[in-house]
Ligand binder design. Structure first.
Ligand SMILES: Nc1nc2c(c(=O)[nH]1)N[C@H]1C(S)=C(S)[C@@H](COP(=O)(O)O)O[C@H]1N2
Ligand SMILES: [Mo]
Length: 322
């Protein structure tokens, strides 16, 4: 059982600053020697993050999404990334920090909708009205996992903003395609830029489908997909597209970046997590927790089956697990 309510290390919203929600027990013990008042947590934390220069982001902690494993320390999440626009290795953080320009950032929402709109990302954030903090588990298809205190809003709120037509079947998303911000785009011309992902309208309407604009109490870091990225916690990580510039409501199923690269053989459209369905080249039964290097069993739908399994009833014959 990896998901339950009220794990011992969760600090309730009413007891702490927004930052408090992601401090794990080890960090707390280290920072506080187990005894200092919670008011000091924010100070310790602000000091640690000052060098990043990202603005603090107000949010309401959503108690519905809690975990029983520690959150990944911020520094680990900032410095171990998949972001092929900056190179096909995990150490892209400094490159992204220096070269990605997340403000100003124009977002286009178009396609089969009654109210298409082009707006600045900060305008979008104010239009959806009120950000939440959610603790989510993330399972990369490469069999490592992390946990993140995202700040953002459900995809559903973006859907409602533009009033899709009944004929819209999928939400297609696209990452920026600007080689002046990301040298991996030009240096790896064999990849099908821009990075594209897609989800069904039903998936987009599920409460778990989340657009993150912050993490760890602040605006989201460049390396993690600033200024706005998707997180679908029941799917393999490659579905969670970063640095989105365009959302299009479409009738035809989009071909996603990794689906195209692998010709659908290794990375499919659905990509729902299932420990019993191996990847073409490795087992998906277990995962390595990033900051502890512990091997733990992977769960069906990454532990979110209760919330999402009914999206796939009647699809038993489709390849929904890779
Ligand atoms: N645009 C873009 N989005 C992306 C990727 C990428 O290379 N480019 N990598 C994906 C993969 S494989 C994973 S596991 C996650 C990694 O997110 P993180 O770096 O914040 O851990 O981002 C996903 N989104
Ligand atoms: Mo991934």
């Amino acid at each position: 059982m990896l998901i339950k309510s009220d794990p011992s290390w969760v600090i309730k919203e009413n007891q702490a600053t927004p930052e408090g929600a992601y401090l794990n027990r080890r960090t707390l013990m280290k920072g506080l020697a187990g005894s200092i008042a919670l008011g000091s947590v924010a100070q310790i934390n602000m000091a640690g993050s000052a060098q990043e220069g990202r603005a603090p982001l107000a949010s309401t902690h959503n108690d519905a999404y809690t975990l029983d494993r520690e959150l990944t320390p911020e520094d680990v999440n900032l410095k171990y990334n998949n972001f092929y626009e900056f190179g096909s290795h995990k150490r892209i953080s400094d490159n992204a920090e220096q070269n990605l320009k997340p403000r100003p950032w124009e977002v286009v929402i178009d396609g089969m909708v009654n109210k298409p709109i082009t707006l600045d990302v900060d305008e979008l954030i104010s239009k959806v009205g009120g950000l939440e903090e959610r603790l989510y588990r993330h399972r990369c298809v490469e069999a490592w996992s992390m946990t993140v205190p995202w700040i953002g809003f459900p995809v559903k709120k973006l859907v409602d903003l533009v009033d899709p037509l009944g004929s819209a079947k999928y939400l297609r998303m696209e990452t920026f395609n600007d080689a002046s911000m990301a040298d991996g785009i030009a240096s790896q011309p064999w990849y099908p830029w821009p990075y594209v992902e897609g989800i069904t309208m039903a998936e987009a309407g599920n409460d778990l489908a989340f657009l993150a604009v912050g993490a760890y109490g602040k605006q989201i870091a460049n390396s993690m997909g600033a200024p706005i990225r998707l997180h679908m916690p029941w799917k393999y990580g490659f579905k969670s597209i970063k640095s989105i510039v365009r959302f299009s409501f479409v009738e035809e199923r989009p071909v996603s970046y990794w689906e195209e690269i692998s010709d659908g053989r290794e990375y499919g459209f659905w990509a729902n997590v299932n420990p019993e369905v191996p990847h073409a080249r490795w087992s998906q039964a277990n995962e390595t927790v990033l900051h502890t290097q512990e091997r733990v069993p992977t769960l069906l739908y990454n532990g979110y089956g209760e919330q999402v399994a009914d999206l796939y009833t009647g699809m038993e014959n489709e390849k929904i697990f890779y």
